[in-house]
Ligand binder design. Structure first.
Ligand SMILES: NC(=O)c1ccc[n+]([C@@H]2O[C@H](COP(=O)([O-])OP(=O)(O)OC[C@H]3O[C@@H](n4cnc5c(N)ncnc54)[C@H](O)[C@@H]3O)[C@@H](O)[C@H]2O)c1
Length: 270
């Protein structure tokens, strides 16, 4: 299937590693010009360079997406250097601090109130700011695709991830509202819900790329929650997610809007 993405300008937030990097590479392979955003310039630049090495066109745009002035400046630069972005993948997100309490995330009542803001700011406010910046040009072009990367925690709730679950659920609902407001402009807004995704940015534990059910007991337990993971003997990787994102970001998915697609190997069937 041809995704008809050649020459479209895409912005991927948090594209400097992990899931976001996988999405950047996939969109570039499909012919999109990719603005790789990350908080860290060197991460964004490394992925942009990887795309160029593979013959694609990319621009590294470092910015903190929770800061409105930086988001505005980033979109202005993308418009000037690549053209009007009509694809936005809101990928940058943060999960609760795992190092506390011996690697476990805290229960809601044990989580300091000061820690809520970090999670809500990036997952919710950052996504909203990027949508605010991207929508006018999409509406003017009468074509746009917004794909929000959420978590199955945002659909079914996850113990010890209460604030994160709420933040991701908020974005699923926010996206549905935008889908209703902007369908008339030819803009679709969808979410992709992930379960655990193993990638090169995760330094240890069951999500480390070298973890196997044989050498990591926690991974063995984790896999029992993923029907496809059980069969494959592994968790999802960025490539398992990026193909779905690319389809939702393409011309071929026009009649899919306001939806949440689970890409979690059957972790949640809702
Ligand atoms: N990896 C998983 O198991 C998993 C599971 C469910 C959902 N998700 C979701 O998938 C998305 C990507 O996850 P990941 O594991 O690749 O994350 P990651 O933490 O490995 O990478 C996120 C990237 O975002 C960047 N970033 C952080 N704050 C930023 C900011 N303020 N502005 C711009 N960039 C910023 C980071 O520098 C980093 O490069 C997130 O939304 C996450 O919630 C991941």
């Amino acid at each position: 299937m041809k995704l008809e993405m050649e020459g479209r300008v895409a912005v991927v937030t948090g594209g400097g590693q992990g899931v976001g990097r996988g999405i950047c590479l996939e969109l570039a392979r499909e012919g999109a010009f990719v603005a790789v955003n990350d908080l860290f310039e060197e991460r964004a630049e490394a992925v942009a360079e990887e795309i160029r090495q593979q013959g694609g066109k990319a621009l590294a745009v470092a910015a903190d997406i929770t800061a409105q002035d930086q988001v505005r400046a980033m979109f202005a630069r993308i418009q000037a250097e690549l053209g009007a972005p009509t694809i936005l993948v809101n990928n940058a997100g943060i999960i609760p601090e795992r190092r506390e309490k011996g690697g476990k995330t805290p229960r809601f009542l044990d989580m300091p109130v000061e820690d809520w803001a970090k999670i809500v700011n990036l997952n919710v406010y950052g996504t909203m700011l990027c949508c605010r910046a991207a929508l006018p040009a999409m509406a003017e072009n009468r074509w746009g695709r917004i794909v929000n990367i959420i978590s199955e925690a945002g659909r079914v709730g996850e113990a010890n991830m209460a604030v994160y679950s709420g933040a991701k659920g908020a974005i699923a609902a926010f996206g549905k509202a935008l889908a209703r407001e902007h369908g008339r402009d030819g803009i679709t807004v969808n979410a992709v819900a992930l379960g655990a995704v193993s990638h090169e940015g995760i330094k240890d534990g069951p999500l480390h790329v070298d973890a196997t059910p044989e050498n990591n007991e926690v991974l063995a337990k984790l896999l029992s929650m993923y029907p496809i993971g059980k069969g494959a003997g592994r968790l999802a990787r960025p490539d398992d997610v990026s193909a779905i994102v690319a389809f939702l970001a393409s011309n071929r998915s026009l009649f899919i809007t306001g939806q949440t697609v689970g890409a979690s190997g059957g972790y949640a069937m809702v």
